[in-house]
Design a protein around this ligand. Structure first.
Ligand code: GLY
Length: 257
């Protein structure tokens, strides 16, 4: 028995060029995530329950949009001491992707389900499902437009030299440019709905979970690092990991210790 620890992240979508209210919103969301995690740990919930709660409870409606303007979400979860894990990709109607990842871990013989198979599994498990439109917010529609204007294709070898208006100042006459870029894509257009959490509970059990809509303007069918165990998410008896950033770069740089 000992102390506990928690770390959360809110994705790579928040940069100093975002309007102040968006930055404040992101901070509020992360603070809520932390508060939920801390009160759960104080109530002696095991690490695996805490990372699940933190990943779905406080998350606002919305998701990064693929190139066709729909939504494909993904998530994963790992229980360190048991070395059990579950992951899902290509979800279009599942309200809490990380909870479905947990069900894959606990209730299926597999570790990873994607697309129509994952949706079918969700129906059978009776999890809450909503229309795909539920996740499509006006903010994200605007961000997708910006990504398209920027012709942003997220290949690490492609470098664009452009400046586009920051989110919130989109449209004719917008004066503010965004100098912060990641592979040519202004970081401002990255999805702000990503959440990652790593926890060690008072019994020393470590768990990690990550959930995301991926990248704005991604190709349909694109899978990032977040649902990939050993890349975006991992937990063992010794450590937990939840990554944020451009999935393609993370996947390419996994190293074994
Ligand atoms: N790291 C989130 C993603 O690339 O999808």
């Amino acid at each position: 028995m000992g102390g506990w620890a928690i770390a959360v992240h809110g994705g790579a979508g928040v940069d100093p060029n975002l309007p102040k209210e968006r930055q404040e919103e992101a901070k509020r969301l992360l603070t809520r995530c932390l508060d939920i995690g801390i009160s759960s740990l104080r109530s002696n919930l095991p690490a695996i329950d805490v990372v699940e709660l933190v990943n779905w409870k406080p998350i606002p409606r919305g998701s990064a949009l693929p190139e066709n303007g729909t939504v494909e979400m993904e998530a994963s979860i790992m229980d360190g001491p048991r070395r059990r894990c579950g992951a899902v990709s290509g979800l279009t109607t599942v309200k809490n992707p990380v909870s479905l990842a947990r069900l894959v871990m606990e209730q299926s013989p597999h570790s990873y389900l994607g697309f129509s198979g994952a949706e079918e599994f969700a129906k059978k498990q009776g999890v809450e499902m909503v229309d795909n439109e539920y996740f499509i917010t006006q903010d994200n529609v605007e961000m997708l437009k910006l990504a398209k204007v920027a012709n942003s294709i997220l290949l690490s070898t492609v470098q664009f030299d452009y400046r586009i208006p920051t989110v919130g100042t989109c449209g004719a006459g917008a004066a503010m440019d965004s100098p912060l870029q990641m592979n040519g894509l202004p970081i401002s257009v990255y999805a702000p709905e990503t959440v990652g959490c790593v926890v060690v509970d008072k019994d020393g059990r470590c768990a990690a979970a990550t959930s995301t809509g991926g990248l704005m303007n991604k190709m349909i069918g694109r899978i990032g690092d977040s649902p990939l165990i050993g890349s975006g998410t991992y937990a063992s008896e010794l450590c937990g990991v939840s990554c944020t950033g451009e999935g393609e770069a993370i996947i390419q740089r996994v190293e074994t210790a």
